[in-house]
Write a protein that binds this ligand. Structure first.
Ligand code: NOJ
Length: 567
């Protein structure tokens, strides 16, 4: 008899989003039908069958709206129009219809914290006088200093450099400053202005009326700023933010006057009221808040349905750390009636097949990327660990997010030459912080079919694939026992079969040690050996193993996960 006590209940009737496996498509890099080197909606539609074969429940699309693409589409100039580089609104309708026939739900990315500087609202603000209604859509302020030559406060851009830029007024003279927590091409909207909320009500309805199943909401913790825009007290000597998880809530709100301000929850509740006018839709917050009890405030019953779990994504690959985060997630989200979400990779972080092969002391800060002069990651170990970590994650109850390419075991393209780099972080820090391009390189579909390994038929690629991408091509993995692609398919199939997303979860102490963890969910026993010595497994049907070739019967090796059906 295994020792355990359930932290969740079995809830087979749970709403879809509580248990869904949601696959992130990064449209520029998924599949390119027109061959211009940038992925597009037609390319995605052609490949939807392969996502259905994988066994996912929903797709979240990173932004494909009209945009000057200064931050790869997170700088939107028209929220209702598909950018021509990706196709047309009709192409989206076709995609949505096909996804529906395949039973795949569609989530789109909404960016309410900022617009592009090319958005009509910002252009109108620039053309209007200080103090005008148009300027009040954004945060314009006079500068400090004798001639207004200093920024209005000390806030720093997440991408490096000051969070303020100064404009030239209509009379040709230097004038006010505007706030941009990200690139200078991404001015922050002023959510104290009720017109902004009205505009976003309409934008949400536009996509909901089309039939999308929900939204991923960008920078959901930053929309509302502290009144008076006071200085922040959080920066280190390099003007980088320090973690705030050790501060009380009141201290954190004061130290970082642009994150997690109480007013943000009113804006969320308004989004939620719109969503609730429709059946069965959901929204997920990109709220970089820590620790988990604080993050759980974003998923109270009248706020978001889900929020990304970045503590989980950035956790050390270590049994005790992971156990704490999983327990805290289930308990803290559970207290407010929310289910947990899990994620290991996305378009802002180092792919986990590479990240887990980096020594903890060399792991770059989130968003920084691996510098070509950093010690080389151990890619074989990284992939082995990534497979173990993914199998650990996909057995957990709740919803899991996958990032395109991880089902191929794709590594980070960390040696990209500077001339290709497009992340604004790279330019804003003079290459000091290398940025996120390494996880955004187009996918290899068919080895050697073209220079881009079948990403398109021309071989063009907005970021070049490194030579090692060829061996990860999907066609080389399809139907191959032990390949990462087949492992993912198997995990998703068994997950569905046992309804693990809505399962009853408990830790199992018998296989718990400094280097291993085990839990049971709906009758499936999951054991992960994180870097320890061999473990003897209990008797049972082996449902999944992440190391096909290595499993000596009954023995679990280091950096390996198994799923067993107990007999
Ligand atoms: C978070 C997005 O995931 C990231 O890619 C983007 O650069 C920032 N928000 C700004 O929109």
């Amino acid at each position: 008899m295994l020792n355990h006590e359930f932290l969740t209940v079995n809830n087979p009737s749970a709403e879809w989003w509580r248990k869904a496996v949601i696959y992130q498509v990064y449209p520029r890099s998924f599949a390119d039908a027109d061959g211009d080197g940038i992925g597009d909606l037609k390319g995605i539609t052609e490949k939807l069958g392969s996502l259905s074969d994988l066994g996912i429940d929903a797709i979240w699309f990173s932004p494909f709206f009209k945009s000057p693409q200064k931050d790869a589409g997170y700088d939107i100039s028209d929220y209702r129009l598909i950018d021509p580089i990706f196709g047309t609104n009709e192409d989206f309708d076709v995609l949505l219809a096909k996804a529906k026939t395949l039973g795949i739900r569609i989530i789109v990315d909404i960016v309410p914290n900022h617009t592009s500087d090319q958005h009509a609202w910002f252009q109108a603000a620039l053309a209007s006088a200080p103090g005008s209604a148009e300027r009040d859509y954004y945060h314009f302020r006079d500068g400090k200093g004798e001639n207004g030559e200093l920024p209005p406060n000390n806030w720093q851009s997440i991408f490096g450099g000051p969070a303020w830029s100064r404009i030239t007024e209509a009379n040709g003279e230097l004038g006010q400053w505007y706030l941009h927590l990200f690139d200078s091409s991404q001015p922050d909207l002023n959510w104290e202005n009720p017109k902004i909320a009205d505009e976003f009500d309409d934008i949400l309805r536009f996509w909901l009326d089309k039939g999308v199943d929900g939204f991923r909401v960008d920078v959901a913790h930053g929309m509302v700023k502290r009144a008076g825009l006071p200085d922040a007290t959080i920066y280190d000597e390099n003007l980088r933010e320090r973690p705030i998880s050790n501060l009380t809530m009141a201290e954190a709100e004061e130290a970082v006057p642009y994150w997690g301000q109480p007013g943000v929850h009113d804006a969320i509740r308004r989004f939620r009221r719109i969503i609730d006018e429709y059946d069965d839709r959901a929204m997920c917050a990109e709220a970089s808040m820590s620790p988990l009890p604080r993050l759980a405030m974003w998923v109270r019953p009248d706020e978001y349905h889900q929020s990304f779990n970045f503590d989980y994504m950035h956790s050390k690959y270590e049994a005790a750390a992971i156990k704490k985060i999983v327990t805290d997630s289930i308990v803290e989200y559970g207290k407010v009636g929310a289910s947990s979400t899990w994620v290991l990779s996305n378009h802002d972080g180092i792919r986990h097949a590479t990240r887990l092969g980096i020594a903890p002391e060399n792991t770059p800060r989130p968003g920084d990327g691996i510098h070509p002069s950093d010690p080389a990651p151990d890619e074989a170990l990284g992939l082995r660990r990534a497979r173990a970590a993914t199998a650990f994650m996909l057995g957990l109850p709740g919803s899991s997010y996958l990032y395109q390419g991880e089902e191929l075991g794709l590594p980070e393209a960390w040696q990209l030459e500077g001339k290709y780099r497009q992340d604004p972080t790279y330019a804003r820090t003079n290459g000091d912080r290398i940025g996120r391009d390494g996880c955004r390189v187009p996918l290899p579909w068919v080895a050697d079919a073209t220079e881009s390994n079948g990403f398109n038929s021309t071989g063009k690629s907005w970021l070049p694939q490194p030579a090692n991408y060829r061996v990860f091509a999907r066609n080389l993995q399809e139907g191959v026992v032990g390949s990462t692609l087949e492992l993912y398919k198997r995990l998703l199939k068994v997950r569905k079969q046992f309804d693990l997303g809505a399962g009853a979860f408990s830790w199992v102490d018998d296989y718990d040690s400094e280097t291993s963890l085990s839990y049971i969910n709906n009758g499936v026993l999951v054991i992960t050996n994180f870097s320890g010595g061999p473990i003897a497994m209990p008797a049972g049907e082996l449902l999944v193993t992440t190391q096909h070739d290595l499993t000596v019967e009954g023995i679990l090796e280091h950096d390996q996960t198994v799923w067993l059906k107990l007999s």
